[in-house]
Design a protein around this ligand. Sequence first.
Ligand code: ZN
Length: 392
Amino acid sequence: MEMKLGPLGFYSYGKTKWEETCRDPISHIFVTYDSYVVNSIQFGYVENGALVLSKKHGSEGPEDSTRIVWLNHESEYITGISGDKYLSFLTFHTNERKHVAFKKEFNPPKLRPDQTIEIHSGIRDSCEFGGFFGSFDSDGLSSIGLCIRPVPSGVPTIKQENAHLRTILVARSPQSESLQIHLTTLPLPRLSVIEDCYYWKINDEDLRSYSAKKTWDAVRYREEEKPWTSNVWFKGSIPRYSFTMWLAHLDRLPTRSRMVSWGLNTSASCCLCDLETECRDHLFITCEVSSSLWNMILRRLGYPRGTLTSWTTLLQWLSRKDTVTSRTLKRLAAQATIYSIWGERNRRLHDGVTTSTETHFKFIDRHVRDVILGRRNGKNFSNLMLCWLRHE
Ligand SMILES: [Zn+2]
């Protein structure tokens, strides 16, 4: 199978198409040029120890300069070419080095140099090189490309996408050009009939497909799990309730006592009762408005004489496993309560609207039922409705 790479230049501009099949090792490349273009190209081969010249592709002018690129034909062979789309420069790359064949003398200084186009075949054996092709007209060489035969005869045909063809298109700076040149010197993977594939591996575990969760877990720094974590984030929790619970637990909600501590000129008294300082423990637990809501919730859960005295007692109660009711139900109801209290506080502060504790309790009741219904097939939710309605 023969493959054509490129060409560089404008193939259709050149009226005459040419093809040079290189059956023998190339020893010389003869290039004639003027200040602007390559006018002709010709190849020399070593055949039985003698130099044999190919046909000349292109036309030579009387004022032309000539350059001969010498290749060490015993070990050196063409692997790629580079230039730009106007062929204002042309370089041959071999397995050993690169040979500049032509560089346009006059480049308008204000014009950006044209982008370098590099064609690298990636071949690793001289027998894989098939020759050149291109076109020319009376103005000179219009295009030049490479022919390669990536598979030696007798080997099954490989799919095109497996051929290791590297075409590095743009060198934006001298540094990137030297990087590209360096990359071309690196050995390529072997041409292979096996299809390329990639896979993800995390901590020696082969993944069948990419997992954002596992990748994140592998790259992040992980703290020890906090003892309160499952009171905040539990299976089946409502994200916005968990989030408010989390902020409350870290005491990061902007309660009035915190706002005063930031230097804001505001009253520190509780938005619900207007009697005490609005800190987290007061607002969510000990304030008379909150504690009457908690009493209703606790009764409903089966704790008729239960009282909460601080955030710490709330957390202890949520963590405790007992025979009265499930921890999931406690956590669900408690988070809904915290969320309701914070919402009530904000509505009173910002909108001047007050909602009764009974209305909040009804809202929480309905919400808990909805959540249990929505998750009734979940492991921890299957018999929760019974628990929630038992003390109605
Ligand atoms: Zn209060």
